[in-house]
Ligand binder design. Structure first.
Ligand code: SAM
Length: 245
């Protein structure tokens, strides 16, 4: 059988692709892509001419079976999504499960994700966050999930699309209170913006912004206050309290 490579691609800045990702995308027989037009632009930029097959949410099962059949016939396949790491709030899970059931070797290539990029600048101890991805777009289930998170001791990480960021910040403020949060916007792009502030300030800022961009929001636990200044002792205590160490 061939090998299924799960390949992370840039989240905005085309320079953020690994040498290994470029080599694998060049060498495989087929690239399964969430949106072939989108991926074609990436491939053109790097003069890669590998064949593309679309693999998107609504067709995950059908296309997944088709791709597994090709892998069984000996083809090597790379899976990519529009941005970042496949399977992280993106299609990929169905193909990975089908391939595992079929005993196909799989190789995940490390690379960009909006999740790890935002976390890297949040100043949290690793292991002390809860990733929620996208909350439901409808108000009532969204508020229900936020309510269930009120007493979480972990920092909460959300993805949000431009048209819904104000709604997320407003509901979070209303339900979780005016907590400290990091809004990471347009990571790796020319309008990248990182703001750590109470949710009320971030909400006001979001209302002002014309182009709201793609966002990751990290909301700290209710009782957490990141210590000011350079008091190392205090900082370490804070880490210990919020990382379960
Ligand atoms: N698989 C991707 C990953 O590994 O990050 C996530 C795909 S998900 C469909 C798209 C969401 O990821 C966006 O709505 C936004 O919340 C986040 N995202 C993607 N690119 C981003 C960027 N450049 N800056 C901030 N957030 C981003």
């Amino acid at each position: 059988a061939g090998t299924l490579y799960i390949v992370a691609t840039p989240i905005g800045n085309l320079e953020d692709i690994t040498l290994r990702a470029l080599r694998i995308l060049k060498e495989v027989d087929l690239i399964a892509a969430e949106d072939t037009r989108h991926t074609r632009k990436l491939l053109n930029h790097f003069a890669i001419h590998t064949r593309l097959l679309s693999y998107y949410r609504e067709k995950e099962m059908d296309r997944g079976r088709e791709i597994v059949a090709r892998l069984q016939a000996g083809e090597n396949v790379a899976l990519v999504s529009d941005a970042g790491t496949p399977g992280i709030s993106d299609p990929g899970a169905v193909l990975v499960r089908l391939a595992r059931q079929a005993g196909i070797p799989m190789v995940p290539l490390p690379g960009p994700s909006a999740l790890t990029t935002a976390l890297s600048v949040a100043g949290l101890e690793p292991g002390s966050f809860l990733f929620l991805g996208f909350l439901p777009s409808q108000k009532s289930p969204r508020r229900k999930i936020l309510t269930s998170l009120i007493s979480s001791e972990y920092s909460l990480v959300f993805y949000e699309a431009p048209q819904r960021i104000e709604g997320l910040l407003a509901d979070a403020l209303d339900i979780l209170g005016d907590r400290l949060a990091l809004w990471a916007r347009e990571l790796s792009k020319s309008y990248e913006e990182l703001r750590e502030a109470p949710l009320s300030e971030l909400q006001a800022l979001a209302a002002e912004r014309q182009n709201k961009g793609e966002s990751v929001v990290i909301i700290h636990p209710g009782t957490a206050r990141v210590p000011e200044g350079d008091n190392m002792e205090e900082l370490l205590c804070w880490y210990r309290d919020h990382s379960g160490l």
